[in-house]
Design a protein around this ligand. Structure first.
Ligand SMILES: Cc1ncc(COP(=O)(O)O)c(C=O)c1O
Length: 663
């Protein structure tokens, strides 16, 4: 478009068409529920109440208002970021999983038992495992471990409940296996799952040495490929399990040692967060065929352990997509039971006890991360076109050509020219920046160019939204024009899967939901890492690059990230030395919520010690430096005291930002 410079146009900013609001009806809580798709992902555990707050709904007719909880915690000097763990949601999940299998077994006239186990790798925090050992025990849940340290924790924790099933997966050395065999002597119901030949030899040696006949499990390498992000957990390239011919060798070896009847469990794990039910059906069918064949060869098999993998529909799409799944818990249970029964019935083999290791689906729903927004940045304040006189004193004709072009692009924005104006504005902005780098533009002129560019983009977007025109290239405008909300948390510590594997979690404000959220923004955490951000959010159809949030008004503004109970705490790291957040256990008592336990997050001193700093030495070095400054007259005694106090209380304080009035 040739630049036709026109002074009259330069001064007619007010002529931009007023854009009517998109929706005239007053915003309601229902609109917020639709916008954040709460019903799609919450699985009945969360809703928005009439006060416009998110509430957890762990039981019929009972709600725990998250904003009340956060306010109550603040009164107790426990500040965001904070992880809320809802004990009653966890208990409900265990019950729901159990119920799904029990019903499926009833429907299918299945004659075997159901014995679920909780893989503690999913969340090893003591309180979570203790809860699972406690509530889970009453519901028949056992525990699964994948390493020596996990076994050490579980051996002690099951002291009062020795009948709880313990499944031992993962690579095992002689000590690990010796501990398993001795735990059998101690009365634990424990099964080592053999992953390779060496482990088998160790199990046999140890069993002979201690004179016991242990229960032995084996993991099979299935040919059915896995699915989704963790598909390599299954299939012939999997790290784990025995090939078919190795299974046959194992049978021979056990027979030689007169231990074939001890081979009681067959295991597979098809990968985590299986998104397509078809993969589950194929794997279970294959596994059950192996089961009946091994039984035919004389193995004492009684139990089929189908591993984990039951997904969580984080996005609520109910689709064969990562972060979602195309089946329900009930369908999963029904398909598993039906497949096992069919294969066993055909082979005239007794129905085995079914073990599941579905960890994610047990704990994901029970934790919510809540953090506060500290402030924002973004081009929104440049929505209106600039006053030229603020940036340029001389005659308008003296303005550099790219700035004139930008002004033209702004003035030309109209229904049928959106893309053309956008291209013109981009080109003129780039030219202005080049001229600045070559020294031909002053700083105010550069600022003017930027302001005109933003104003043009906002105007293009407004017209696009008003007309509903769908132009693919203009979709990026939403991201370009969005704000950045600075949020008081570390992505690397609290949501590592968002960073590492693009896992999506539902994110939304936990209050002000009766108010229309008018700001489109992404979230940036407080680490000094540009990766520390969330810029993919759950929306209708495909993920959205921005989240609609409320304008900041100087009062605390809290956001929740939901369904974070699985894997996030364990995988989190200490990037920038941001440590564990406070974790608070909330339980229902007589229909009211109460704080059951507070696990304080790491202090700065603790994380420094974790990376081998001697905090006592750090304190004394600071003390000495202050004294030197006092002697040299650079600090007063009072100032030195303030500084040393600040330093010492800083070491004892939270690693995250706290309000100024925090004690
Ligand atoms: C052997 C085994 N069992 C169970 C699980 C738990 O899987 P999920 O949490 O997806 O159910 C895992 C995790 O990958 C695993 O490796």
């Amino acid at each position: 478009m040739p630049p036709a410079y026109n002074v009259a146009l330069m001064t007619t900013h007010a002529a931009a068409p007023a854009v009517p609001p998109l929706d005239q009806h007053p915003w309601s809580v229902r609109d917020s529920a639709d916008l954040y798709r709460v019903e799609a992902w919450a699985n009945g555990y969360f809703r928005i109440n009439q006060r416009g707050h998110v509430a957890a709904t762990p039981a019929q007719g009972i709600e725990i208002d998250l904003h009340d909880v956060v306010t109550g915690l603040r009164e107790r000097a426990i500040h965001a970021p904070v992880l809320l763990r809802f004990t009653d949601i966890l208990a409900h999940r265990l019950g729901a999983i159990r119920e799904a299998f029990v019903s499926a077994m009833k429907e299918n006239a299945y004659r075997g038992d159901y014995r679920p186990v909780y893989p503690i790798k999913v969340n090893q925090q003591h309180q979570v495992v203790a809860e699972l050992a406690d509530v889970g025990h009453d519901l028949g849940f056992g525990l699964e471990v994948g390493s020596k340290p996990e076994l050490l924790a579980v051996m002690a924790m099951t002291t009062p409940t020795p009948d709880q099933l313990i499944i031992c997966n993962g690579f095992k050395d002689a000590r690990y296996i010796e501990a398993v065999i001795l735990a059998t002597k101690l009365g634990r119901s424990i099964i080592p799952v053999v992953e390779n030949e060496l482990e088998l030899r160790l199990v046999i040696d140890c069993a002979n040495r201690y004179g016991i006949r242990p229960n032995i499990g084996v993991r099979a390498k299935l040919s059915s490929s896995g699915d989704g992000r963790w598909r390599d957990s299954a299939g012939s390239r999997s790290k784990f399990g025995l090939f078919t011919s190795e299974l046959l060798d194992m049978v021979d070896t056990l027979r030689e040692h007169n231990l074939l009847d001890c081979l009681t469990l067959l295991h597979c794990h098809n990968g985590s967060q299986v998104q397509n039910i078809r993969n589950i059906k194929d794997a279970i069918t294959e596994l059950t065929h192996i089961y009946v064949e091994l039984k035919r060869l004389g193995a004492g098999l009684t139990t089929l352990d189908i591993g984990g993998g039951l997904g969580v529909d984080y996005t609520g799409e109910q689709a064969n997509q990562f972060s979602s799944m195309n089946y329900t818990l009930e369908e999963f249970a029904s398909d598993v039971v039906y497949r096992i029964r069919s294969v066993c019935d055909t082979a005239e083999v007794e129905h085995p006890t079914v073990v599941t290791e579905c960890g994610r689906a047990m704990v994901a729903y029970s934790s919510v991360l809540v953090f506060d927004v500290l402030g924002s940045t973004g081009p929104r304040r440049f929505r209106q076109p600039p006053e030229i006189a603020r940036f340029h004193e001389g005659p308008l004709e003296d303005l550099p050509q790219p700035i004139i072009d930008l002004q033209e692009a702004y003035n030309d924005v109209a229904d049928n020219r959106l893309l053309e104006c956008y291209h013109d504005a981009q080109q003129a902005r780039d030219q202005a920046l080049t001229l600045f780098s070559l020294g031909y533009l002053t700083l105010p002129q550069r600022a003017l160019a930027e302001r005109l560019f933003w104003a043009t983009c906002f105007r293009i977007r407004e017209v696009r939204d008003r007309t509903g025109e769908e132009i693919e290239e203009l979709a990026s405008l939403d991201l370009i024009l969005s704000d950045v909300y600075f949020a008081n948390f570390s992505l690397f510590q609290s949501l590592p899967d968002t960073w590492a594997i693009d896992q999506m979690f539902p994110v939304m404000p936990i209050h002000r939901l009766q108010e229309e959220p008018t700001v489109q923004a992404i979230l940036a955490d407080i680490t000094c890492d540009s990766d520390g951000k969330i810029d993919r959010f759950i929306a209708d159809g495909k993920p959205d690059r921005t989240l609609r949030m409320h304008a900041l008004d100087g009062k605390p503004y809290y956001l929740g990230v939901f369904l974070v109970g699985a894997y996030q705490e364990t995988l989190g790291d200490l990037h920038n030395l941001f440590g564990d957040v406070h974790a608070v256990h909330i339980r229902l008592e007589d229909g009211q919520w109460c704080i059951e336990d507070v696990v304080k997050g790491d202090t700065a001193g603790e994380v420094l010690a974790y990376v081998q700093h001697d905090t006592a030495r750090l304190k004394s070095m600071m003390q000495r430096d202050c004294e030197r400054a006092v002697r040299a007259g650079r600090l007063s005694v009072d100032e030195a005291r303030v500084l040393t106090r600040f330093y010492e209380s800083g070491l004892d304080g939270y690693t995250y930002l706290e309000p100024p009035d925090a004690p």
